[in-house]
Design a protein around this ligand. Structure first.
Ligand SMILES: Nc1nc2c(ncn2[C@@H]2O[C@H](COP(=O)(O)OP(=O)(O)OP(=O)(O)O)[C@@H](O)[C@H]2O)c(=O)[nH]1
Ligand SMILES: [Mg+2]
Length: 204
């Protein structure tokens, strides 16, 4: 067992698939949906599933965004990744927590703008407490940090973001989700961690 209670990816023996759940988490308007949209738009139609968005009229995520993607193989099983985003607006606590259930890997999308540092921290605290409530081992669950919106003025230096948000020293990427900078790199990194985690897990 590598991750104990959090090691819950669903194995389907009949079609030899392993389903992995990746959640894009982070503060409101940080760029979670933009990440997943970019991935959708840059994946061949034949392999991607349908992207489902549950949005308000202003395009802010109301419940979640969802995109199925086949990404890699493990011990003869196809790994199918399900990408979810959470609604970042502060008051959607319950939806965020529900979406984290059975998560295999997390991308924390931080907003690099200096004025959003507190929102980043609050969201990270929220993530930690949700994981703790589910009794998922925060120190072992695959998490990638993404510092998004690097194209904007008045952004915090990466060193500051790293020091303040990445005390657990997870792999980190700079990104501009609107143009795709860093987006696929982030996805590959989280997929790699999740597959490695699956490979090392004896209970699968
Ligand atoms: N300049 C710039 N704008 C970005 C970037 N990423 C996202 N945005 C913009 O930021 C706004 C919010 O992006 P979303 O992807 O909807 O953010 P979200 O994290 O899904 O927000 P919620 O669903 O409300 O939690 C949109 O107008 C995006 O176009 C970026 O890297 N640079
Ligand atoms: Mg969104």
């Amino acid at each position: 067992m590598s991750r104990g209670a959090s090691q819950l990816s669903f194995i389907n023996y009949s079609n030899r698939e392993i389903n992995c759940k990746i959640v894009y988490y982070g503060p409101g308007l940080g760029g979670k949906t933009t990440n997943v949209e970019y991935i959708y738009n840059n994946t061949p139609e034949q392999i991607r599933g349908k992207m489902i968005k549950l949005a308000t009229q202003t395009e802010r995520t109301l419940y979640f965004d969802f995109l199925p993607l086949p990404l890699g193989e493990i011990r003869g099983f196809k790994a199918r990744f399900y990408l979810y985003t959470v609604p970042g607006q502060v008051f959607y606590y319950e939806s965020r927590k529900l979406i984290l259930k059975d998560v295999d890997g997390i991308v924390f999308v931080a907003d690099s703008q200096a004025c959003r540092m507190e929102a980043n921290q609050a969201s990270l605290d929220n993530l930690k407490s949700d994981l703790q409530e589910y009794q998922y081992p925060v120190d072992r669950i695959p998490i990638i940090m993404q510092y998004n919106k690097r194209d904007l003025p008045d952004i915090a230096p990466v060193g500051d973001l790293s020091r303040i948000l990445n005390a657990w020293q997870r792999p980190e990427f700079e990104a501009v989700a609107t143009t795709g900078v860093g987006v696929l790199e982030t996805l590959k990194a989280v997929a790699r961690l999740v597959l490695r985690d699956l490979q090392s897990g004896s209970s699968r």
